[in-house]
Design a protein around this ligand. Structure first.
Ligand code: G4P
Length: 317
């Protein structure tokens, strides 16, 4: 799916992270618990490679708890990585975050050697909500200090514990097709940048394979496993009164309703990917991307030969 968005502050944020990362002790990446693989920013992985990492699966109240457990196990098995689930209903998230950071960097946290933590995440993952809770009474916020750029704010969580916030950004090119759909379904991508019908169909295709009883109960339809995603979308439109004059189904409206229902978890708590599935999608995306690169290189070489910028390679004997 072609998603059109302007990655906004991406370049500036990238630069700010590059400059800050040298003195960071732990990187907290806020992920969406409903799509923990797709909401992980590969650009961030590249920029923060080798740093102790805390993966926070946020919005766990909306996600399938069994799958959240799978993802936590998956991340906790990675070297230098801890993972925990969080949601906006937790009254003291600072406590668990601070503890997890000390587990990852036990020798930090004094006035001489303060704990310096960078927090990152894609748009709409819940970072402002969390930061606002963290700021609460205890924490103070400082953005106007030497060494703290306008693109980040520094929050003092406790003495000797600094949290540097960065703007939520996506990355410029998504190579895993499923990732674009899942990001769009979750609300990470603005609604004008994708085709709602396409996203809803892809989402329903997945949900009817993995959460058929929840779909059937919500829309009072039966046998979703035997129906195509188009038929399910039509049934949703019919049941929810998304009709055009003449009684035709308004598929755009039906798609909108289905996506909204997923986002608010009224169908139940659902997760759009498992670690195993995501690994397969990633491998497939990387293979396609490598093939695309080979084709692109061949076209560029051909062009360079035609314009006599490089000599024609000798034919093999
Ligand atoms: P951001 O800074 O990362 O962009 O995200 P922000 O905190 O603004 O949160 C985005 C939306 O997600 C908000 O909903 C917020 O209330 C909701 N949210 C944040 N954390 C949680 C959580 O743990 N659980 C649930 N269920 N929701 C959470 P919103 O204001 O309604 O915005 P929108 O979703 O309509 O865009």
């Amino acid at each position: 799916m072609a998603i059109q968005w302007f990655p906004g502050h991406m370049h500036l944020t990238r630069k700010a992270i590059e400059e800050r990362i040298k003195e960071i002790d732990v990187v907290i990446e806020l992920l969406d618990a409903r799509l923990p693989g797709s909401s992980a920013n590969p650009m961030l992985a590249q920029l923060t490679a080798g740093k102790p990492a805390l993966k926070v699966l946020n919005k766990q109240d909306l996600a399938d708890p069994a799958r959240t457990a799978l993802w936590l196990e998956h991340f906790n098995a990675m070297p230098g990585t801890r993972a925990l689930g969080l949601d906006a209903s937790m009254t003291a998230p600072a406590k668990v975050l601070v503890k997890a950071c000390f587990d990852l960097a036990p020798n930090r946290g004094t006035m001489v050697k303060p704990m310096r933590v960078l927090i990152c995440g894609i748009p709409n993952v819940g970072k402002s909500t969390l930061i606002n809770t963290l700021k609460g009474k205890r924490a103070t916020l400082t953005g106007d200090e030497a060494g703290v750029t306008k693109l980040e704010q520094r929050i003092v969580l406790q003495d000797g514990f600094y949290l540097f916030d960065t703007p939520g950004v996506l990355w410029p090119r998504i190579i895993v097709a499923k990732t674009s759909y899942n990001l769009a379904a979750s609300g990470a991508i603005g609604r004008n940048a994708f085709d709602e019908e396409e996203v809803a169909l892809e989402m329903l295709d997945y949900l009817c394979q993995h959460y058929a009883p929840l779909l059937e109960a919500r829309y009072k339809i039966t046998g979703v496993a035997q129906q195509t995603d188009e038929q399910i979308l039509e049934a949703i439109g019919r049941k929810r009164g998304a009709l055009l004059p003449g009684g035709k189904i308004n598929l755009q409206k039906a798609a909108d309703l289905a996506i909204h229902d997923f986002r608010s978890a009224v169908m139940g708590r659902m997760t759009l990917e498992t670690p195993e599935e995501f690994a397969q999608w990633l491998a497939h995306g990387q293979k396609l991307d490598a093939e695309r690169q080979v084709k692109k290189d061949a076209i560029e070489l051909d062009r360079a030969i035609r314009f006599k910028k490089v000599p024609r390679p000798e034919a093999p004997e």
